[in-house]
Design a protein around this ligand. Sequence first.
Ligand code: URA
Length: 226
Amino acid sequence: MPMLKIPGHERQRAREVSLDEIRAVLGDCRLCGLCETRTNIVFGVGSPNARVVLVGEAPGANEDAQGEPFVGQAGHLLDRMLSEQTRIERSEVYIANVLKCRPPGNRAPAPDEVMACSPFLREQIRSIWPDFIMTMGNPATHFILQTEVGITRLRGKVHRAGHFAVLPTFHPAAVLRDFGKLPDLEHDFYLLGQLLRGEVDPDDPTAGSAESMPGFRPSAPGEVLR
Ligand code: URA
């Protein structure tokens, strides 16, 4: 994956380039066909000093209209997981997507779109240089972990990608389609809170096991979202 050339930076070390500079390079991007149908580029939102970056797939209709990631129903579930399970607020994290523009009809990202757009996500992550990356759904997980293994097998445990501890979980939209996945989503956001508070070691293979999270109380199976 190529590094973007950011004007004024020769070396582009971690945390050297600001999010504003990356946004300026993105400009009125025309690197793939999604520029023809988007309303807004959805760059990302949150703290430039976040300890965790949350990565989704691509903007949906609400995000395209408002220019901010995760502002629709999936976003409300995400906010709820962060406050109830992780015990942090949305403003303390950074949220971005693999694609910055909405695929028409919310279809899955095409490989050429991921190829064109993902260098911007890569630079955003290098700019923030968080301790943790939470990937939500298959496209984000496959991009960050460079694997084709499905999310159901990867979620619930901590993985390593160089400097970063990576915590894959279901996409909130998938949980809205199948409430049976809610306890797993709650588990993963609870584990994220433990990691952020230093209560578990990301490199401990038992992180995420039932014994390592005695205080975790998931919703009852089949419980519907309020
Ligand atoms: N789904 C995503 O993957 N990203 C968003 O920003 C909204 C919904």
